[in-house]
Design a protein around this ligand. Sequence first.
Ligand code: AMP
Ligand code: TRP
Length: 329
Amino acid sequence: MKRLFSGIKPTGDLHLGNYLGALKQWIALQEDYESIFCIVDYHSITSAYEPNKLNEYVLKCACNYLASGLDHVKSIISLQSRIPSHAELTWILNCITPKSWLERVPTFKEKAAKQEDNINLGLLDYPVLMTADIILYKAEAVPVGEDQLPHIELAREIVRRFNTTFGELFPEPKGIVGKIGRIKGLDGADKMGKSLNNCIFLNETKDEIWRKLSKAVTDPARIRKIDPGNPDVCNLFSLHKLMSHEDKIQEVREGCTTAGIGCLKCKRWLTDSIDKELEPIREKYFQYLQNPNYVGEILVEGSKKANLIAADTLEQVRDLIGFNYDFIK
Ligand code: AMP
Ligand code: TRP
């Protein structure tokens, strides 16, 4: 079976963008791949963070993974900082990665502009750590949102350089992006993101979802209910396409284009569809959250399993790069 690796940074509650862009794909793909789903805490410290919040964030991230349907028996659910090989391999890869490759990465440029007072080396090195994450497991499939594709492209370049320099060891990983690779936020402009105040979080109640959707931006040209709208430019219609039943999608298209329904009706229906999918996830999320020790054990067990694979790969790397000193037993 081919391997799959992906991860999410523990920086707070997960939102619909994470779910539709990443998690939902993971759940489906875990049937076909030997999967490792990691909570990437090393990545989360490349931007300002509060050390005393990480405990809560890692727990919540794990609860979201499990509640959404990741199966810790079938797949490995791990915590990056519990697997030393991630940091070790990063250092080795650093030494074959030109700095100029990293300076070109779009997310580095964006983040550096946002955190001018904290352009740390970790921020620049972020995609190398990500490469190490993936190739330690010789993973070939990496399901992510569209924003991560440049990182995976870079991972492929680093793999090619490693293989030609030291010998074929790693497969080139491929990014897998879902139907819509970039979910827009409720402002209809930026991508949905934790820091942008434009999210629906996975643990929000139906009332909270409705309150947010009722204010969300729709087709900007549709001013009055009697004006027909254009679903193809409406951000909420793209959410309907991902969350609603086929019949409902048709009903929305028909109603909107003929001015048969107003935006509020469309938003009510979308609230129903989102809540229908999130309700069981939310319920399980709170159950897991009340059992932190159980969730902790799953992470410890998963990290142990991951460690075995990762340490074995690192040993092969050490052999290839000349660290197998024959006078030291
Ligand atoms: P992050 O929260 O940045 O660690 O993202 C975790 C995963 O969710 C990555 O695979 C992202 O590409 C994906 N993701 C986050 N926000 C979005 C979004 N708005 N649309 C699609 N995918 C997203
Ligand atoms: N950089 C990814 C994000 O921000 C998270 C991540 C870290 C990741 N390592 C990874 C994703 C390896 C896929 C594979 O979302």
